[in-house]
Design a protein around this ligand. Structure first.
Ligand code: NDP
Length: 293
């Protein structure tokens, strides 16, 4: 069987970023504000520092303002909430991103609830979660939608065109990825099945999927013989494992080589969903400032 076509998330992310940069320029040209993204990082987690830096840099590259807030690990919840409150009231800030995970002594749910829903560019505020859960099929997504799920839905539409009627199986039901992916696909008129750790006979269920989205955080868990021939596979997983040479490498939740011998289209890891996540954050920040990409 022919190898699956690669779904190039990097290339689509470049095109989305170009559209965002144009949207930012158009907003400013029409007397609108410079979209501003505030990033908030508590503690010195190395991976989080890299993510936050790349988000701030990308915002600046696209013509936005970026405001970087770094707080020490021992910062108390009250102090963090006071910063969020200041950012909520700052007219130069249109998007607030609180980098997760937060230190254990801070209640993340409490902090995410404190962000103004209009500035919640990660789409994690319960108000926006509820809007996504109750949106009518096909209605405009005129509120912040979580970035990774939005990226997944864009990759699928770019690859397959209209998704109406397709059977999508989403493996994983986390509030950050699996659930919002399922809700977006429902909004796009897919027939959606959500699987999780208690699902019986997962391989058989996966074989029914025309569209298979996997977000479980288990390296190469989904095997080639779980894939329906010709299916479109979106691998959200990012797992660091030791390669045969002892060096760390990134793999997804799907056994890529096996799956690409059966699937019609598949995202690579890295270079699939990952690049879309940050580009969607930029798109959400532009939208929060009143622009469109
Ligand atoms: P979580 O750990 O929050 O959720 C994992 C989900 O997978 C749960 O719903 C769990 O089920 C389900 N699951 C676990 N084991 C199995 C199994 N054996 N069979 C079926 N379902 C199973 O992870 P996230 O959703 O936050 O992340 C998932 C992956 O996506 C990770 O690899 C993460 O790194 C990656 N990710 C990638 C991003 C990107 O930009 N590309 C962004 C965010 C995440 P249950 O609910 O029953 O426990």
């Amino acid at each position: 069987m022919a190898e699956a076509k690669l779904i190039d998330g990097k290339a689509l992310a470049v095109r989305l970023r170009e559209r965002v940069a144009k949207g930012v320029a158009a907003l400013k040209a029409h007397g609108g504000p410079t979209p501003g993204l505030a990033t908030v990082l508590v503690g010195d987690d190395a991976a989080s520092q890299v993510y936050v830096r790349s988000k701030g840099r990308m915002a600046a590259e696209l013509g936005m303002a970026s405001f970087d807030h770094r707080l020490p690990d021992e910062t108390g919840e009250a102090e963090l909430l006071a910063l969020i409150s200041r950012l909520n009231g700052d007219p130069a800030v249109h998007g607030i991103l609180v980098q997760l995970p937060l230190p254990r002594h801070i209640d993340a749910a409490h902090v995410l609830r404190a962000v103004d829903p209009a500035k919640d560019v990660d789409g994690f505020h319960p108000f926006n979660v509820g809007r996504l859960g109750s949106i009518a099929s096909g209605a405009p997504l005129d509120f912040p939608v979580p970035c990774t799920p939005l990226g997944v839905s864009m990759l699928l539409q770019e690859t397959l065109g209209p998704l109406a009627g397709r059977h999508a199986v989403v493996v994983g039901r986390s509030t950050l990825v699996g659930r919002p992916v399922a809700q977006l696909l429902l909004h796009l008129d897919c027939t959606v099945t959500i699987a999780h750790s208690r699902t019986r006979d997962l391989p058989r269920l996966c074989r029914q999927a025309e569209v298979l989205v996997v977000a479980i955080g288990k390296p190469e868990f989904v095997r080639g013989d779980w894939i329906r021939p010709g299916a479109t596979v979106i691998d959200v997983g990012i797992n660091r494992i030791a390669g045969p040479d002892g060096k760390n490498r990134l793999v997804g939740d799907v056994a890529f080589a096996e799956a690409s011998a059966v699937a019609g289209q598949i995202t690579p890891v890295p270079g699939g969903v990952g690049p879309m996540t940050v580009a969607c954050l930029m798109r959400n920040t532009l939208s929060a400032a009143g622009g469109t990409a």
